[in-house]
Design a protein around this ligand. Structure first.
Ligand code: ADP
Ligand code: ARG
Length: 343
């Protein structure tokens, strides 16, 4: 492939960092699992409205294509992968935060997820059909050994009725289908085979299997008791870590297919109703920027807000511990609530 064409309105991290010279330098490189530069950048080339535009195919992508990926990582996470090291801290005893909305007036629900991938396999964009099935089998077998609050059932996507699937998406429990960014990255190959969802009866603990990452481990519940949600997640991750080896790098933390998820691979969010503040978007954005928070719509990434309800979460995931990321989110949410009250 020649140097890709990016339309002039393109602002993705990919088009800003991939110069023709860098393209020449990296174009013939291939990881041991056979992943190439063209595969790495395919999503951002097909979708010029990407914000980032790259997906790694395996652990080695992060070293072999570092001349392109390091600057993208540095810009997104404010973390220099050449000189810094990621530190993890998922100890709930270190969190020490109160519910920012004890009267239950603003926060509808809290959700914290982490992404994980198995050390012995390529990442999703480069996972062969057979490997994906093995990952599904290993992960669902492991999940079956969980007990207590984490005990639940694995539902393969192929076995879900269309009605149940839609309801799970509508209720914010299940991933959507047909994301064009994932499609171009090769993450939707052989869909829906090999994908599924595990959850407990209360749907407070869930695991997505073989979506953007091999595992998305999720803890969620109504209301704003962030500490309880984090404690459950931490417990689940500890249990799973005893049974599975996750891809982890001393510099980059937990390895994920999208560089925005590296490090903690954690997104801690609340669904919060801010009808007044949402009429003053400049102020809303200013508070979020100050706390490095990201605003999403009510159905997650690339969706719109409805009825003044927003999904507010930490933006950085690398170079910050899990505890710090959750604290940062909670502090920002507290300030958003203050602003809403004041208006
Ligand atoms: P991810 O969290 O993996 O980055 P998305 O942004 O696509 O993925 O969100 C996945 C689903 O989780 C969506 O249905 C979204 O509405 C839901 N969700 C996110 N945060 C919350 C929350 N705090 N409460 C309830 N549902 C949430
Ligand atoms: N690839 C998409 C883009 O560049 C999404 C990036 C971040 N989100 C994600 N789900 N990985 O806009």
């Amino acid at each position: 492939m020649p140097y890709p064409h990016f339309p002039k309105e393109c602002t993705s991290a990919l088009c800003r960092h991939l110069t023709p010279e860098l393209y020449e330098e990296l174009r013939d490189k291939k990881t041991r699992y056979g992943y190439t530069l063209d595969q790495l950048i395919r999503s951002g080339v097909d979708n010029p409205d990407s914000s980032i535009g790259v997906y790694a195919g395996d652990e080695e992508s992060y070293t072999l294509f570092a001349p392109l990926l390091d600057p993208i990582i540095r810009e997104y996470h404010r973390f220099d992968p050449r000189t810094q090291r990621h530190v993890s801290d998922m100890d709930p005893d270190h969190l020490q935060i109160d519910n920012p909305d004890p009267e239950n007036a603003y926060i509808l629900s809290t959700r914290i997820r982490v992404g994980r991938n198995l050390h012995c396999f390529p990442l999703g964009p480069n996972l062969a059909r057979r490997e994906r099935l093995i990952v599904e089998c290993m992960v669902s077998d492991t999940l079956r050994t969980l007990d207590g609050e984490l005990a639940g059932r694995y539902y393969p996507l192929t076995g879900l009725s269309e009605e149940d699937r839609k309801q799970l998406i509508e209720d914010h429990f299940l991933f959507k289908e047909g994301d064009r960014f994932l499609e171009s990255a090769g993450l939707n190959r052989d869909w829906p085979e090999g994908r599924g969802i595990y959850h407990n009866d209360d749907k407070t603990f869930l695991v997505w299997v073989n979506e953007e990452d091999q595992l998305r481990i999720i803890s969620m519940q109504p209301g704003g008791d962030i500490a309880q949600v984090f404690t459950r997640l931490s417990h689940a991750v500890t249990e799973l870590q005893k049974r599975l080896t996750f891809a982890f790098d001393e510099r980059l933390g937990y390895l994920t297919s999208c560089p925005t998820n590296l490090g903690t691979a954690m997104r801690a969010s609340v669904h919060i109703r801010l009808p007044k503040l949402s009429k003053e978007m400049e102020r809303f954005h200013a508070i979020c920027d100050r706390h490095e928070l990201q605003i999403r719509g009510i159905h997650g990434e690339h969706s719109e807000s409805e009825e003044g309800i927003f999904d507010v979460s930490n933006r950085r995931r690398l170079g910050i511990t899990e505890v710090e990321a959750v604290r940062q989110m909670a502090a920002g949410v507290r300030e958003l609530i203050e602003a809403e009250k004041e208006i």
